[in-house]
Design a protein. Sequence first.
Length: 262
Amino acid sequence: MQDSSENKTVACDNITPLDVVASTHVGLVREVNEDSYVYCVDETHKSAFVAIADGIGGHDSGDIASRMCVRTLLIAWKKSLLWRETTSEEASKFFDVETSSSNDSIYQLNKTFNVQHPMGTTLVAGIYTFDSIITAHAGDSRCYRLRDGNLKCLTEDHSFVAELIKRNIISREKSRNHPFAHIISKSIGTTLDFKPEINVFDRKPGDRFLFCSDGVNVHLEDPQIEIIINDASNPYEAVKNLIYASLRGGGEDNITAVCVFT
């Protein structure tokens, strides 16, 4: 999913720690929060790293899998020194190598303990350069971009119902209540053969980004998300209101949001 909305390079403002805010909530039904997140803004404020992982529901130790995934990626990001300066090609290669490594680690842990239902996790992650955002994802955790007041989902869900929608078997409206809406088609840790979906998008000054687990978009329609992010005066307000609205929408799943205002 290569973004072609901008043909020329536009240098963006540096990203500071105040531009990135994250929070998570266990929700109103579940006892364990299987969502995990990390983010890191480099000391020169020229790049940033964001990741959210959502442990697969119904599997053993989904919370462990999600924590392993985001922590191993963050450690690898810091060790790589790409945060000092990186290109979209280097960031894409980083995601290709390191998500596969994270997958192997979780898979081997499943194999070692011979668990009945292998633990796994979704992932949505982003690396910011001065003019681009490189995303990597697996499963149904999402990345959105708000530009000029209009919200666009930059990721496509890897799920059973997403495939049905793509084949025009069911409508997007009917997908929300589909009995197999929880089934994802790509995850980290459950199989040895894994490749993330990696894409490069341009970014402009004023763009606002949301990374979220499905606990947000299950409870909120995209137009609601658009209004909340549009109306927020800062990323803290956006995250707070997204989680509050998701809880009011039912809170049946863990809820995690990371907002990056550039």
